[in-house]
Every structure is written in structure tokens, then in C-alpha cells.
Design a protein around this ligand. Structure first.
Ligand SMILES: [Zn+2]
Ligand SMILES: [Zn+2]
Length: 90
């Protein structure tokens, strides 16, 4: 009984650690609405658009599509940082 509880606790700790590391934050190519999994990110986006009529946001710079505005904003931010980096290294 005590043993099971300790095991459960240590599993919880591992779970929290993974979560903090971002592993479990959002499953890769995983539909949040029906939990279907896809091999490619593009397939997931096509699925969300066709099956769930989800609106897709697009990066104005490279045309990459995103299911969430926050994802797009993060990507745009990363692109900006990359551009600054490139300038710095030149
Ligand atoms: Zn779905
Ligand atoms: Zn982009």
C-alpha cells in the first residue's frame, strides 16, 4: 500500500518534470477536438479546416499555417529573432 503510493508519487513527479520541459504541453500533430493523430503537421491543419471548420492563421512572411493565433505569434517572434541573428553574424 505504502509502496504503491510512493510509486504513484514518483510517477507524478516525472510527469510534472516532462510537462515543465514542454514534452506534454501539446502533443505533436494531435487534433485537440477529436484526438486524432497525424503523421504530418500539414495533415492536421487540413483536417482541422475540413472536419472542424477551424480557422487557420497564416504567417505573412513564409505562408506557414497555424491552428492557433498564439502559435503564429510565437513563430513570427522566432522569425524576427532569427533575422536579427542573421544580421549579427554577417
Ligand atoms: Zn479532429
Ligand atoms: Zn513564417
Amino acid at each position: 500500500m505504502i509502496h504503491t503510493e510512493t510509486l504513484y508519487r514518483s510517477n507524478q513527479i516525472i510527469f510534472i518534470q516532462l510537462k515543465n520541459m514542454g514534452f506534454l504541453h501539446r502533443e505533436k500533430n494531435h487534433c485537440e477536438t477529436c484526438h486524432e493523430k497525424f503523421d504530418r503537421r500539414d495533415d492536421l491543419i487540413q483536417h482541422a479546416r475540413k472536419v472542424h471548420y477551424q480557422s487557420i492563421t497564416k504567417c505573412r512572411n513564409c505562408g506557414m499555417e497555424f491552428l492557433h493565433e498564439e502559435d503564429r505569434l510565437r513563430h513570427v517572434q522566432q522569425e524576427k529573432e532569427r533575422k536579427i541573428d542573421m544580421r549579427r553574424h554577417r
